[in-house]
Design a binder for this molecule. Structure first.
Ligand SMILES: *[C@@H]1O[C@H](CO)[C@@H](O)[C@H](O)[C@H]1NC(C)=O
Ligand SMILES: *[C@@H]1O[C@H](CO)[C@@H](O)[C@H](O)[C@H]1NC(C)=O
Ligand SMILES: *[C@@H]1O[C@H](CO)[C@@H](O)[C@H](O)[C@H]1NC(C)=O
Length: 274
């Protein structure tokens, strides 16, 4: 009795999680999920653990490094926002076309979260997107120091190697996302940020040390849900980087993808502080 229940559980689990990430033959009841990494990161750093977790929860997940310069494939997100955005838009189109789904859901962290807002507004793909979970987007800009820190923290290779990349190609995205950076000003140009049909949730941590003050991540427009992690998990001290690796955040993302904003889950106390 118990044994057969166990076997059927395993079989059920296997049928949703039969394939790995970035598999266009993956089948799920939910929209394909496209994940957008942060500054200085790649698709296999930053949101990779969240991607694996979502995949194991039965979603079909897709990601690719964007905004990397030729010759420096290990440090993504450095190109100007308006050069990365078309790359991301064409990837969204590719995922829609290859999976046969009519829409995707987007999950982004940091610069990737900024792009989940920027791309639908400027790249003509809003109709291909249903739900958006934006984790700590610098929606209204953040400090240069913070941005360069991000490139250093995420960049594979040593601080020295990342320094070489920044020296050679610079960090146009850092400039774009700084206070009154060109991309920040464009996103906040007086026209609505949120596009019709997109359901957006912005997730921020009160203890974010890089997007400061953390409240600047939020977008105050109709149809946006702005949530602090600590409203659900008051004792989570998570910082900007840790948000990508925090099971509490992952559960909040799952609630966005499932449109179950009030589903409760057990908060983990020992989440990473940074
Ligand atoms: C793209 O953004 C940069 C700022 O990062 C700006 O200098 C450039 O003119 C923009 N290009 C276009 C085509 O708008
Ligand atoms: C990290 O970057 C180096 C080049 O600096 C590259 O050879 C290596 O494969 C990269 N490692 C990963 C895990 O991407
Ligand atoms: C979630 O809870 C809020 C506040 O308690 C309520 O206003 C909202 O309707 C609920 N949403 C759903 C989808 O149940």
């Amino acid at each position: 009795m118990l044994y057969s229940a166990l076997v059927s559980t395993l079989v059920a689990a296997a049928s949703v999680a039969a394939t790995g990430i970035n598999d266009f033959s993956c089948q799920s009841d939910s929209n394909p999920v496209v994940l957008l990494h942060g500054l200085g990161a790649t698709y296999y750093e930053d949101l990779n653990f969240l991607q694996d977790w979502l995949q194991s929860e039965g979603y079909c997940t897709y990601s690719r490094t964007y905004g990397a310069y030729d010759g420096f494939p290990f440090v993504g997100g450095l190109k100007p926002i308006n050069e990365s955005a078309p790359e991301i838009a064409s990837y969204i189109k590719e995922v829609v076309q290859k999976t046969g789904s009519s829409q995707v859901n987007l999950v982004g962290h940091s610069e990737g979260a900024f792009q989940t807002l920027y791309v639908p507004k400027f790249e003509g793909v809003a109709g291909l997107i249903d739900r958006i979970a934006a984790i700590a987007p610098p929606s209204h800009g953040t400090s240069f120091a913070g941005l360069y820190d991000l490139a250093y923290i995420f960049g594979n290779a040593s601080r020295e190697a990342v320094g070489d990349v920044l020296q050679d190609v610079g960090c146009a995205a850092c400039n774009d996302l700084g206070p009154d950076g060109p991309a920040v000003d464009l996103l906040n140009n007086g026209q609505p940020i949120i596009q019709p049909g997109n359901q957006v949730t912005i997730i921020a941590s009160k203890t974010d040390e890089l997007v400061t003050p953390p409240e600047t991540a939020f977008v105050h427009e109709a149809g946006v849900r702005n949530v602090y992690i600590q409203s659900t998990c008051p004792f989570d001290p998570v910082g900007h980087i840790g948000e990508a690796y925090d099971l509490n955040v992952w559960n909040l993302v799952k609630n966005v993808l499932d449109d179950t904003p009030n589903r409760s889950f057990v908060c983990l106390a020992g989440s990473p502080g940074k």
